[in-house]
Design a protein around this ligand. Structure first.
Ligand code: ATP
Ligand code: MG
Length: 441
């Protein structure tokens, strides 16, 4: 077992001294047994939330309705949840009723998979494993606690979670658990999009998210969550550049995008999403532009934030650039302006993954060369947005004697175009000169 952090040990000791039970539970027990890095050290206790709050100076009732209190200690935050048994989840969001109990067995029985339903006391080294979680870790399988159909009917998110854990741990889903997924799709359809959003992001954080997406395709989940991707299946692409159809190319692009930023991985998964409807023979004209609109709709449906939608749209829109060494410096600067300096790194990451998922022989040389050019330009130049100009809207209003309005933005943009072509123009005096030309026009 991974060494338990001080804070978690202190919580367990404190509660046990007061006569309560307290264990590490869920993901941290599973990941410790697997010798994987533990993300959060969650705890479970027989004490009620009120009793927990009384015992700790900094205890915040973060999910009090579900019995969860967050304890803040010098080495971190710990979530501690009172033993509970959940009743039905009719809204697909939250259990209708939670009932606190005094039995750890009952609490473990409400959990989704055997590997997630173990509790551990690091003091006594007792492992509470009534559903055979340890055995399933050895067998590398995700198995529902109890009847899979019943468990997926209680909460339709669990089938998506099964696919996520399969990808996270590189495990198989046990056959009966897997067979229950297509039979409970109607329940999954009712799950709140906010919960699917969270799972989808967590899928993107696994080592190989394609495992989860492909499991979702095979079981019918993808039709509910991302039906747009199904349209990419068997859509052929020109050889020799492409080895795979659009669906597999998208999945491999996602896997090849560095872990750590789930939004980039999602952008890679979706970058060619409009190829099916743009296909004419072996060309896909305008699929980046159509794709931009398509991802916006899809991401809104899944309740992504405006910032994330904006980022993914930008990456889809611009993923098609083709660099040639003949580009002038002005062309490189125009490229930076078009994409936005803040998106360049991300676009390169997506593009590198896109290229890697085509044909290894293409190589990444062109990206390295463009990166070099960009870096060289950034050493001399930092004017890529209207706000980088040596004059602003107020200067325009004064010089041109025109009222505030959209015209100001248009003129600033025209000035920016000129500065991108010739950076030397970016001084107050020279820009004012240019403005006077506007005036006389
Ligand atoms: P990760 O490390 O990926 O966060 P985790 O096991 O901690 O994995 P969480 O989603 O954080 O997963 O949930 C914590 C624990 O709560 C799970 O291990 C499981 O025991 C239980 N759990 C979470 N969601 C559900 C659910 N929808 N149904 C049943 N049990 C659940
Ligand atoms: Mg967790």
């Amino acid at each position: 077992m991974t060494k338990t952090p001080r804070g978690a040990l202190k919580i367990i000791k404190t509660l046990k001294k007061e006569g309560f039970e307290c264990y590490l539970v869920g993901g941290c027990v599973r990941d410790s047994l697997l010798k994987r890095k533990v993300a959060e050290w969650d705890l479970t206790t027989s004490a009620t939330p009120k009793q927990v709050i009384k015992l700790f100076k900094k205890a915040v009732p973060t999910g009090i309705k579900y019995g969860t209190v967050t304890i803040i200690l010098p080495d971190g935050k710990y979530e501690i949840t009172t033993y509970r048994s959940d009743e039905k989840y009719t809204d697909g969001r939250h259990p209708d009723k939670v009932k606190f109990t005094k039995s750890i067995e009952e609490d473990l029985g409400r959990r989704d998979f055997t590997v997630n339903a173990m509790a551990y006391d690091p003091e006594s080294k007792e492992l509470v494993d009534i559903f055979g979680g340890k055995k399933d870790l050895k067998k590398q399988i995700i198995r529902a606690v109890g009847s899979p159909i019943q468990r997926f009917k209680e909460d339709g998110l669990r089938s998506i979670r099964a696919c996520r854990f399969a990808a996270k741990l590189s495990f198989k889903i046990e056959p009966k658990t897997l067979a229950a997924i297509p039979k409970t799709l109607n329940i999954t359809k009712k799950v709140a999009p906010e919960r699917i959003h969270d799972e989808l992001l967590k899928i993107m954080e696994t080592d190989q998210p394609s495992i989860a997406i492909e499991l979702m395709r095979k079981t019918g989940l993808l039709k509910i969550i991302l039906p747009e991707l199904l349209g990419c299946v068997k859509v052929r692409q020109p050889r020799p550049f492409h080895l795979y159809d659009v669906y597999w190319h998208s999945l491999y692009s996602m896997d090849a995008t560095p872990k750590g930023n789930p939004i980039l991985r999602l952008a890679s998964l979706l970058h060619d999403i409009a190829k099916p409807e743009c296909k004419k023979g072996m060309t896909f004209y305008n699929h980046n532009v159509k794709g931009e609109a398509k991802v916006e709709k899809l991401l809104k449906r899944l309740k992504f934030s405006n910032a994330h939608i904006k980022k993914i749209k930008t990456l889809v829109r611009h993923h098609m650039f083709n660099y040639q060494s003949e580009w002038t410096d002005a062309a490189v600067r125009r490229f930076i302006k078009r994409v936005g300096l803040e998106n360049i790194e991300d676009l390169f990451a997506v593009r590198a993954a896109d290229t890697a998922a085509m044909q290894e022989t293409i190589g990444l040389d062109y990206l390295k060369k463009l990166k070099k050019r960009i870096n060289k330009i950034l050493k001399q130049e930092h004017t890529f947005k209207v706000t980088d100009l040596a004059i602003n809207g107020n200067d325009l209003i004064q010089t041109l004697k025109i009222p505030p309005g959209p015209k100001i933005g248009q003129i600033l943009n025209a000035l920016l175009e000129k500065v991108i072509d010739n950076p030397k123009l970016n001084t107050k005096a020279r820009l004012k000169d240019l403005l006077n030309q506007f005036k006389t026009k």
